[in-house]
Ligand binder design. Structure first.
Ligand SMILES: [Zn+2]
Length: 241
């Protein structure tokens, strides 16, 4: 049965509507500040994962005295331990050091191509193809946002590591996890949106500074990432001949 709402009830409804509307701008404002980071549940961003079909020989381009060499060895060990714990048949290969540098200008060109979404259009740096190795880690003295990339004409992949002279990379625990993060890309992982995890990255807001800690330790992987790794490199994984 229809009934006419009494005037007091109409007033109550109207007041409610006004209150809801009045709250809207505040909600929107809060959302602009925090919604994008808090609304999404932890998860992986879409990523075209590419695995290795051989055990990649890791070549570090740098100086023997560079303290980042030890962090590379630690990060390789970290990944090989993760893979062993997962029961994967894949491992990163031995680490070799070559006393060589990638010119800052060439790294800058590659970094710009990544930022402009033109990854596919750039070739590897000069002398890259001739290097006897597969996963080439350039320890640079230049300052830039470190990156990992692959190229169309070669199976070799490049990881370019920025100088650790500046904050936040010079802080305890940051550089170690940054190198492990880039190695994660080097074996086929993309980014996630959980700042407590190693592979957190764009478009999430997390940045390397979040790795800072008084105690040296590697940030963990997400369970979903372990599944991705096992899919790329199952227990039956063997080097292709
Ligand atoms: Zn990344």
């Amino acid at each position: 049965m229809n009934r006419v709402a009494p005037a007091t009830e109409l007033l109550r409804i109207e007041t409610l509507r006004q209150n809801q509307l009045g709250r809207l701008p505040l909600y929107l404002l809060m959302c602009l500040i925090g919604c994008s980071q808090t609304a999404a549940p932890p998860g992986l961003f879409p990523y075209q994962a590419r695995g290795w079909n051989k055990i990649p020989i890791v070549v570090v381009l740098g100086q023997e005295s560079d303290p980042r060499n030890q962090l590379v060895r630690d990060a390789v060990e970290f990944w090989n331990n993760q893979l062993a714990q997962l029961g994967s048949g894949f491992r990163l290969g031995p680490v070799r050091l070559i006393d060589q540098t990638v010119p800052a200008r060439e790294i800058e060109t590659l970094r710009r191509a990544i930022d402009e979404g033109k990854r596919a259009l750039v070739g590897p740096p000069s002398g890259f193809i001739q290097i006897e190795g597969d996963l080439i880690i350039a320890l640079s003295d230049a300052a830039f946002i470190s990156f990992a990339m692959s190229f169309q004409k070669t199976d070799k992949r490049l990881i370019a590591i920025s100088s650790f002279q500046r904050a936040p990379l010079r802080f305890t625990n940051v550089g170690r996890n940054l190198i492990a993060h880039e190695l994660g890309h080097g074996i086929g992982l993309g980014h996630n949106n959980d700042p407590s995890k190693l592979m957190c990255g764009r478009p999430a807001a997390c940045r390397p500074g979040e790795f800072r800690s008084h105690v040296e330790h590697f940030f963990p992987l997400m369970e979903e990432e372990k599944k991705v790794l096992l899919k790329l490199y199952p227990p039956t994984w063997r080097e292709a001949h």
